[in-house]
Design a protein around this ligand. Structure first.
Ligand SMILES: C[S@@+](CC[C@H](N)C(=O)[O-])C[C@H]1O[C@@H](n2cnc3c(N)ncnc32)[C@H](O)[C@@H]1O
Length: 340
């Protein structure tokens, strides 16, 4: 057995939070050689090319959308790596990126983190710094394959990955300190329903960060997709300014302009989802203009959501900023304590 092959599939802190997709919160998953077994029903789950597979559909799910999106990301694992990337290179890129660095700082130390729709796993790898234990789940085996390859090549033990469906998670409720889903729910058949499911995995008092495509920015992206069809992908800001690797650039263009299913959302819509799910608003990234969110350096600080008018103006201003690079905005909230 090679050194890399001996890295456990899951860290102990993550394994304690898992269960089979349809099992109760009191059951556990037991790793048995190359499989996993539910201690309640004895159901066995396979490990496919090193990836624990706990994927299951859910009743009433828009299976047609889930299937189309899954096969798109099997062909286009996103965001992919720039060639052969070392963990040190990934960490220095993460530190240089204001979003990921602020997120790591705000999370702090020794936390359990669930990333729903981790894609090829870069953010999950980065966030296992500071002794955090991270679980990245996704439905694309191709994406998870790249994530696990990076984990094994760099001997990373606090990050774990599994194939799961957001609509039928193999995770115990109230189990993680932080839940993140960045640019994912907008590729599901029902983002609101998906949100209601992922927040259940959060401990009371835990933090949710949800990143979605912003609605006003859909128009420039639609126009750009037509122009790219005519003039080629070099007119995309991200491709011409940021990405060095040709394969990664191709995957970015497919994800941005040829995605089989995407929806667009507003800050107010996310605030409604927060209200429906006992989540209190903390902050928004980029910040709501004219609020204390513009001054704070702590991403998880409790800031004012501003007025509806301020939020509308802020989102229009994003046409000149985030709309160039995918139009993702993140809203951060806190699950209310159980006794409130
Ligand atoms: C645009 S990628 C985002 C990847 C990563 N979060 C990032 O920001 O780079 C969307 C990911 O969501 C995953 N996804 C979409 N629907 C899902 C579902 N129902 N269950 C699990 N993963 C899903 C896709 O497989 C894909 O990897």
């Amino acid at each position: 057995m090679t050194q890399t092959a001996s890295i456990p599939l899951f860290s102990d802190r993550v394994l304690a939070n898992l269960k089979a997709p349809d099992a109760t919160n009191d059951s556990n998953l037991v790793v048995k050689g190359d499989t996993m077994q539910c201690d309640e029903t004895d159901e066995i789950f396979p490990v496919i090319n090193g990836i624990p597979s706990l994927f299951a559909p859910s009743p009433g799910e828009g299976i047609e959308v889930t299937e189309r999106v899954r096969s798109f990301y099997e062909e286009n694992p996103f965001p992919s790596y720039e060639g052969l990337e070392e963990f040190g290179e990934l960490v220095s890129k993460g530190h240089a990126n204001p979003f990921s660095k602020s997120l790591l700082d705000a999370i702090g130390y020794n936390k359990t983190i669930l990333e729903c729709g981790c894609g090829t796993g870069q953010l999950s790898h980065y966030l296992q710094l500071n002794n955090n234990a991270v679980l990245g789940i996704d439905m694309s085996l191709a994406s998870l394959g790249l994530a696990i390859q990076h984990k094994q090549q760099n001997d990373l033990k606090r990050v774990s990955f599994a194939q799961m469906n957001i609509f039928n998670l193999a995770i115990k409720e109230n189990s993680f300190d932080v839940v993140i889903s960045h640019g994912v729910l907008n590729h599901t058949f029902d983002a609101r329903r998906a949100f209601g499911l992922i927040v259940r995995m959060l401990k009371p008092g835990g933090i949710i960060l949800i990143g979605l495509y912003n609605r006003p920015a859909s128009l420039p992206i639609l126009i750009r997709s037509k122009l790219i069809g005519l003039f080629g992908s070099h007119i995309d800001f991200f491709v011409s300014n940021r990405i060095r690797d040709k394969k990664k650039a191709k995957i970015w263009i497919a994800d941005q302009y040829y995605n089989p299913h995407e929806t667009w959302h507003s800050v107010d819509e996310v605030m409604e989802w927060f209200n429906e799910n006992e989540i209190s608003y903390l902050n928004c990234s980029p910040a709501i203009l004219g609020t204390d969110g513009e001054e704070t350096t702590d991403m998880f600080a409790e800031t004012s959501p501003g007025t509806r008018y301020q939020r509308e103006v802020t989102q229009l201003s994003w046409l000149g900023t985030i709309a160039r690079e995918g139009a993702l905005f993140d809203v951060i909230g806190k699950k209310k304590p159980a006794h409130v």
